[in-house]
Design a protein around this ligand. Structure first.
Ligand code: GDP
Ligand code: MG
Length: 202
């Protein structure tokens, strides 16, 4: 792995609702315009196994997500559907598998300095209701946990984005083979990363 920070990579998936809402171009544009470089992209209809494995690559995910969900119920003064975090995650995971296998998705790898954090910033928080304006989830969708829980379905938040560098590396290996990713240089990288900025003046 190249060590300069400009080589950091992250995984983004445009979920079935992003494709159906005809937002592919808008979503790609956001990551492209911030200065990141697309180094892999493909369309596929995921299998249930691919999705279940994706969400459970981190052995802690079931517990952490269950506890986080219980906390968000309590913060709103609501009673969670279970006190056992693993029971809550089992429902979330079942709904996620159903949602993510309903149609084609686009899996992508974006590269650049702080790619993981920059992509999360551009994407916005998990729940569209509270994602800030200016982010993908804040600008293009109106879903909430309460609405998705009422209807027993996954929250429709248009994209998945890796949450940490470790998660990104694991997820990229899960979705892409080595030959599907490309090492190349953008002309615009000179402006983002070059130290001396030679070559502008005639
Ligand atoms: P992300 O990295 O922003 O997608 O969020 P997480 O990794 O924490 O969660 C993965 C997925 O689990 C989300 O996209 C949601 O579909 C679901 N999820 C996470 N937290 C909650 C929650 O508190 N309530 C509900 N209903 N779903 C949740
Ligand atoms: Mg996550």
């Amino acid at each position: 792995m190249k060590s300069h920070p400009k080589f950091e990579r992250t995984l983004v998936i445009i979920k079935p609702d992003g494709i159906q809402r005809t937002l592919i171009g808008e979503i790609l544009k956001r990551y492209e315009q911030v200065g990141l470089k697309l180094v892999g992209i493909k369309m596929l209809i995921p299998t249930a196994d691919l999705i279940e494995e994706h969400y459970t690559l981190d052995p802690e995910w079931r517990t952490v997500t269950g506890l986080k969900t219980i906390k968000s119920y309590k913060d709103k003064g609501l009673t969670p559907p279970h006190t056992d975090p693993l029971k809550i995650t089992a429902i979330i995971l079942k709904n996620l598998v159903k949602y993510m296998t309903k149609g084609p998705v686009i899996a992508m790898v974006w590269e650049g300095a702080h790619a993981v954090a920059i992509v999360r910033k551009v994407t916005g928080g998990t729940e569209p209701l509270t994602s800030p304006i200016g982010t993908i989830r804040g600008d293009y969708v109106i879903d909430s946990y309460s609405m998705s829980d009422t209807d027993s379905r996954a929250v429709r938040n248009l994209v998945h984005a890796s949450g940490s560098v470790k998660e990104a590396n694991d997820e990229i290996d899960h979705w892409f083979k080595k030959g599907e990713l490309f090492d190349y240089r953008h002309i615009s990288e000179a402006m983002l990363y070059d130290v001396d900025l030679d070559g502008i003046l005639e």
